[in-house]
Ligand binder design. Sequence first.
Ligand SMILES: Nc1nc2c(c(=O)[nH]1)N[C@@H](CN(C=O)c1ccc(C(=O)N[C@@H](CCC(=O)O)C(=O)O)cc1)CN2
Length: 285
Amino acid sequence: MSAEILDGKATAAAIKSDLTTRVAALKERGVTPGLGTLLVGDDVGSQKYVAGKHRDCAAVGIASIQRELPATASQAEVEAVVRELNADPACTGYLVQLPLPRGIDVNRVLELVDPAKDADGLHPTNLGRLVLGEPAPLPCTPNGIITLLRRYGVAIAGAHVVVVGRGVTVGRSLPLMLTRRSENATVTQVHTGTREVSEHLRQADIVVAAAGVPHLVKPEDIKPGAAVLDVGVSRDEHGKIVGDVHPGVAEVAGWLSPNPGGVGPMTRAMLLQNVVEAAERAAEG
Ligand SMILES: Nc1nc2c(c(=O)[nH]1)N[C@@H](CN(C=O)c1ccc(C(=O)N[C@@H](CCC(=O)O)C(=O)O)cc1)CN2
């Protein structure tokens, strides 16, 4: 039997339709949400992701502010644009597209972002709020993963989730979110320093593969009926996306997120949700 597909594209479309209504309500109250992006360098993948974010903004009625710098930009030039976005009243939320070129201190840049305008939920203050269980904008990919599981009725409470990878955008914050009382999962995190990764994977009710290693998770690693989310993105020699999950997993898993078409579109929808929620909070005063 083949796994049920966790369709991120369709789920994101439904979320965007709801956000369109909320943006219209904000505009009636005189508030226009505006998403800013700062893209540094000429990475084609990052350019594509940023373009997609602005297309989404146009579709739901959010204004767009786009800032770009060349790969040769200095730390001071990057920080100057961040300060400009902090000060711009039309920009109600923004993000710095990652990764930044070598030589730029990413943590210094992220720390400069106004936490109230942090559309990505990656500012240290907001990550700290997540640790403390206080309200904060949530990191988009982990939030997209949890939302996708919920919408498909996959049981998270009491589940054993194995998260593969420990990167800043997913691996660091997803375990924090899954172990909140509202999710109540038990989490094992595996990474390049973990021995016997397959043994951990075989015990998981839910596997989140975010390592960026093509086909790392094999059918024999998966407990029959488990939910598997494929987050990692690598490219083959033709530029086609290759995920972290081997295609044969579809025959063992109970649910599977495709890649593309799974967690990626959810990441974009959660970004819009953060922007709208921040604007709603501001409108409430
Ligand atoms: N500042 C940030 N930088 C990065 C983040 C992030 O959340 N904040 N995440 C990733 C890239 N990313 C968003 O920025 C992102 C990745 C993938 C997708 C997406 O929709 N992918 C499509 C496929 C697109 C394609 O064909 O190339 C899919 O999965 O269907 C959206 C956003 C790293 N940087």
